[in-house]
Design a protein around this ligand. Sequence first.
Ligand code: SF4
Length: 377
Amino acid sequence: MTQSETKGWCPGALHPMMSGDGLVVRIRPRLGRLTAAQVLAICDAADAFGSGIIELTSRANVQLRGVTPASHPGLVDRLQQYDLIDDNAEHEARNNIIVTPYWQLGDDTFRIATELRRRLGELPELPTKFGFAVDAGEVPLLATASADVRVERNVAGDLIVRCDGAECGDRVTVDTAVGKIFAYCRWFVETGGASEKRMKRHIDRFGPPSIAAPLQSSSAPPVPELGASPIGAVYGAAFGRFTGKALARLMTESAAVALRTTPWRRFVLEGAKAIEGDDFITDPSDPIQFVDACPGAPHCASATVETHSLAYALAGVVSERVHVSGCAKGCARSAEAPITLVGRDGKFDIVRNGRASDVPDVSGLDPADVTSWLGAH
Ligand code: SF4
């Protein structure tokens, strides 16, 4: 395994993280939904208090970059005015809940996620990256999203709670789901899971909890398509990154009433139709959506290479999915990719069919030579 700096915690709005381009301030939208007024406030705040850049994270959160220690207090005030942050940093850190983006008011996902959020303070102390997926729509959509305990439906349509990495879950009702989540969290802590940090690693090593019933969960579905969805238009963002100005323009032109975040660097504009433009991805065949790239240098202090220029150059040129990572941490994609380029000391290593943290097949390529090397191999 190659080395990278792992912070071991995730930034929040009250507890931001310093990066190469300033503080990263992460907003965790409640149930993954932001009203139009909240979105416009975030867009304005991105310019007023940061670099103007907004990012969508793989946990369906939104983050602003380029905030300074001096501008951070004003940003927090602004976000609080729009009810965008939790009461304290401890509650914010526990609020790692991803919900299926198509939930409706009063449905199972809404009710379970709302109760889980209300009772976060009752959870035992868990590792900082530990999180939950509430995915109780007709079809589970979040099977590949990062989560340690999942609420989803099995092939028979029954509601189940499942530990990530386990093949089985326990059948629950809307009223018992949160209690079962807590039971799995207590089992994780009491059996020493904190040292493994994530549920899947713990289960891979020690096996699933004995409280699990033999009830198989459904398999992972594909990521929702760009374009029309049951609640509005689905848009993509190259590398999950765009300017506040571009998003504000889109919100106004589309007359969307709200924005739903997703873990796939896509968002849904409630009540809006897709409007074509250059700022966001609307074409399902656009090759840029098959390239993952983290911010890289100079935006991230851990990177020694630029990532986005190479990622754009490779889009449509390489037929397989490509992950361009500034270092071995692999923030942009935790899953394997056919080709992963990993920055190290100003050059790129290449991992075939693996992750950024895997042992590379080729080492030390100059960034200018990567495209031709991939073409020749
Ligand atoms: S993968 Fe990219 S964003 Fe993540 S730490 Fe490394 S350089 Fe930074």
